[in-house]
Design a protein around this ligand. Structure first.
Ligand code: ADP
Ligand code: MG
Length: 215
């Protein structure tokens, strides 16, 4: 079967994700206290809450405008690097999906790739630098490989999730090049990057949502 997510479906996915982000608070904050300044979860969670406060409006919007509105909300509503990076990611996704009204296996990839490119550009960072980029990058590499190998859509979504988890796990041994962990003498080696952990939660929820609700 082929999935098609509308703007309202995307908001439903965000609602599920907001709950999972909320639940990850103690874990992510403890992690960020070791390698960062401890506020990553507070920043991201407050962004999700702000998006949730306008969810009824978002559900009625056309997909591209909805993504732009989410981006603007995150950009102005969250502190720290995450606000600017996620905001830029969603705004780039909105531009990439101009005139597209549903997310399918192809446009979902286009959307996530636009987010990845915008985050890398805005953060002036690359895969392998121990950031949120690593979960998204490895998730998308795995997505693309599964499509190229002719996997069905469930298989592609499972590949996205597995790749994101591997990207997250790989940050444990990486040395931070950008961001606060890079100021530490050991560059954060031995700890997962909190931004990679929360990016992975979002991609896991996306994969589960598509498999459970749309396939
Ligand atoms: P800040 O670094 O300003 O305290 P947050 O605490 O909100 O911002 O987010 C920290 C997370 O942001 C890090 O764990 C990392 O994943 C990500 N990050 C930080 N700097 C960059 C960057 N230049 N490019 C991409 N991601 C980054
Ligand atoms: Mg921080």
């Amino acid at each position: 079967m082929a999935f098609k997510l509308t703007a309202a479906d995307y908001v439903e996915y965000l609602e599920i994700t907001a709950v999972e982000i909320e639940k990850s608070g103690d874990y992510v904050t403890a992690l960020d206290a070791k390698t960062g300044d401890g506020d990553h979860w507070v920043n991201l969670n407050s962004g999700f809450q702000k998006v949730m406060s306008i969810k009824e409006e978002l559900k009625t919007m056309e997909l591209s405008s909805m993504l732009r509105k989410i981006g603007m909300t995150l950009m102005s509503g969250i502190g720290g690097s995450s606000g600017v990076l996620y905001g830029s990611g969603y705004i780039a996704a909105s531009k990439a999906l101009k005139d597209v009204d549903v997310l399918d296996i192809e446009s979902l990839y286009t959307m996530l790739k636009a987010e990845l490119d915008a985050i890398m550009d805005r953060g002036k960072a690359q895969p392998g630098w121990k950031t949120m980029i690593d979960s998204l990058y490895e998730g998308l590499e795995s997505y693309k490989k599964a499509v190229d190998e002719g996997e069905d859509e469930k298989g592609v979504m499972e590949a996205l999730k597995l790749g994101a988890q591997q990207g997250r796990d790989h940050t444990k041994e990486m040395e931070a090049v950008k961001g606060r962990a890079s100021y530490q003498t050991n560059k954060g080696v031995g700890e997962l990057d909190p931004g990679a952990v929360t990016m992975c939660i979002q991609l896991e929820c996306l994969s589960d949502y598509v498999i459970n609700k749309a396939l």
